[in-house]
Design a protein around this ligand. Structure first.
Ligand code: PLP
Length: 379
């Protein structure tokens, strides 16, 4: 095959060129005022993010992982506590309860939408109660790949069981359920501004959303070392969990084009699904929702078919990625915490799932080339 220019899996340079005229003055403004920590851009970003998703409070923090940690610290989650979460997600979701001394309890996912399996969640809560060793404390629902998980069901279970709900919305900020943007579905919502997320900064960053005044105040205290009403008054154990002012300035600029980018992602995903559904298993949409399309994941019949498709695409200059090659309960770091439950869907998905490039700077020609490469390989 002749050398073709590879399509980037993610194109942050093209995006930067689009927003350059808006971005540079915002960065210059921070360089001029030099309030690099909790400067005015951070408060402005919190206002705009809360307005964007309809949440009462937004607290900007240093990463998505720190957002999850602050939310769990605020509930006092720790030793002896069980935190229920899907096994098919990014490692941060399970890392945080472990760092706090709590135990992640892994739940399987649905084979079509890849979101947490609600019947299995109920089974896992019952198993933990029955065993009597851990106290069920929280459910972390992960909105995987851009789509919402089943928040109606999770909230009903949490209410019945007396559990705290945390939305790991790291991949899905901008998505909607029942016509409302994610950010208000759970007791608290955590998102990430890692550069490759739908709303990404130029470094690490994250945010917490909540309707609760008490929780918002706790989050603000925890992100600044457990600070009290007075500066240098330390009233609880906290952490350094603040978002930099420069990152806030970058994110304010990215927010000006965010909805357009979400629309562009959705358009590309619709083209993929229309053109590829006879060749590969395309993503199934969660009812009454919109996706932020962080990841466009397809399924192949088995691992050999996935390897073959990845190799053909690579030769055609089309990159692909695997999220996730191993479910978390099979990761060495979680071996001692895991109770040994078999999670067949997560285990199967990891062998045959793969992601196609999906970002707002793909041209019509790129999208066409990606579709043609998949069809040629599967034909
Ligand atoms: C990216 C991600 C995180 C962590 O976000 P960081 O900002 O990288 O710390 C947590 N959960 C999920 C599901 C993610 O995809």
């Amino acid at each position: 095959m002749s050398a073709v220019k590879p399509i980037p899996f993610l194109d942050l340079k093209a995006q930067q060129a689009r927003i350059a005229a808006d971005l540079k003055p915002r960065i210059d403004a921070v360089l001029a005022h030099c309030i690099f920590i909790l400067g005015p851009e951070v408060q402005e970003l919190e206002r705009q993010l809360a307005a964007f998703c309809g949440a009462k409070h937004c607290v900007a923090v240093s990463s998505g992982t720190d957002a999850l940690q602050i939310a769990m610290m605020a509930e006092g989650i720790g030793r002896g506590d069980a935190v229920f979460l899907p096994a098919f997600t990014y490692t941060a979701t399970a890392e945080v309860p472990l760092v706090l001394g709590a135990t992640p309890v892994f739940v399987d996912v649905y084979p079509d939408t890849f979101q947490m399996d609600i019947a299995h969640l109920e089974q896992r809560i019952a198993e933990v109660r029955e065993a009597g060793k851990l106290t069920p404390r929280a459910i972390v629902g992960v909105d995987l790949f851009g789509q919402p998980c089943d928040w109606d069901a999770i909230q009903a279970i949490a209410q019945r069981e007396g559990l705290f709900t945390l939305d790991d919305c790291a991949q899905s900020f901008g998505a909607a359920l029942h016509g409302s943007k994610l950010g208000t579905q759970a007791d608290a919502t955590a998102t990430s501004f890692f550069p490759s997320k739908p709303l990404g900064g130029y470094g690490d960053g994250g945010a917490l959303f909540t309707e609760s005044d008490e929780r918002a105040a706790l989050y603000r205290s925890l992100r600044t070392h457990g600070e009290g009403a007075q500066r240098y008054e330390v009233i609880r154990t906290g952490m350094n969990g603040r978002l930099d002012t420069l990152q806030a300035a970058v994110l304010l600029s990215k927010l000006t084009v965010f909805q357009e980018e979400l629309d562009a992602r959705a358009k590309i995903a619709a083209i993929y699904s229309a053109r590829l559904s006879n060749a590969v298993t395309v993503p199934v949409l969660v009812p009454d929702s919109t996706s932020a399309w962080a990841v466009y994941a397809i399924l192949l019949p088995n691992g050999a078919a996935r390897d073959a498709l990845q190799a053909s695409l690579k030769a055609a200059g089309v990159p692909s990625a695997i999220y996730y090659p191993r479910p978390l309960h099979h990761q060495p770091a979680y071996a001692t915490a895991h109770d040994g439950a078999v999670l067949p869907v997560s285990e199967d998905l990891s062998t045959r799932i793969m992601a196609l490039p999906l970002h707002p700077d793909l041209t019509d020609q790129d999208v066409d080339r990606i579709c043609e490469a998949v069809l040629a390989a599967q034909g």
